[in-house]
Write a protein that binds this ligand. Structure first.
Ligand code: AR6
Length: 184
């Protein structure tokens, strides 16, 4: 799916985030910025030591990230020039501010991207793997945050891409987008 939102293209697609030819890809990181598994393991493997060492240097300098914060490193061997690392919330049943924290993670990445002059950015589905956030609940939060940000910053980005690893995740995001556009 592809729509135009005030000068920015929003794309929802199935794929592998490490293959995206965009200015920046987002990493669903842990607070320690270590490679870990899932999308983070894949990004550190594909990006190589330049990514892992830059992430470790940030960790040494500023300590563990808080949930919802974002930092940036070079993309190393990735097609993307930059990696924006953010920490999504661990799902605890939905009563521990998970939606606010998830929204904050997307927003921090978008703000950091714009402040660095990044024009094209690709996100994975933050928190819906190891961190256990149900994808049906995460998708509307992600998409609403992106839509609100683009309304507030018209033309600041040329493309925002959500890259879903599985067909089921893509379906969940497409449904969530329909729900958002129906409710205005
Ligand atoms: N491209 C796109 N999406 C992917 C890829 C890929 N190559 N690989 C996995 N996904 P997760 P989290 C999807 O667990 O829930 C790490 O160990 C995956 O199917 O990567 O935020 C970190 O170090 C799922 O839908 O991130 C943290 O400790 C989504 O990416 C912890 O996991 C997110 O799954 C973060 O957990």
């Amino acid at each position: 799916m592809e729509v135009e939102l005030g000068g920015t293209r929003l794309v929802l697609a199935q794929g592998d985030i490490t293959r995206q030819e965009v200015d920046a890809i987002v990493n669903a990181a842990n607070r320690e910025l270590t490679p870990g598994g899932g999308v983070s393991g894949a990004i550190h493997r594909a990006g190589g030591p330049e990514v892992t060492e830059a992430a470790a240097a940030i960790r040494r300098e500023r300590g563990p990230l808080a949930t919802g914060e974002a930092v940036i490193t070079p993309g190393g061997n990735l097609p993307a020039k930059w990696v924006i690392h953010t920490v999504g919330p661990v799902w605890h049943g939905g009563k521990k501010d998970e939606p606010e924290l998830l929204s904050k993670a997307y927003r921090s990445c978008l703000e950091l991207a714009v402040s660095r002059g990044i024009k094209t950015i690709a996100f994975p589905s933050i928190s819906t793997g190891a961190y256990g956030y149900p994808v049906e609940e995460a998708a509307p939060v992600a998409l609403q945050t992106i839509r609100d940000f683009l309304k507030e910053h018209p033309g600041a980005l040329s493309e925002v891409r959500m890259v879903l690893f599985s067909p089921a995740d893509l379906t969940a995001y497409l449904r969530a987008w329909e729900g958002l556009t129906e409710s205005g």
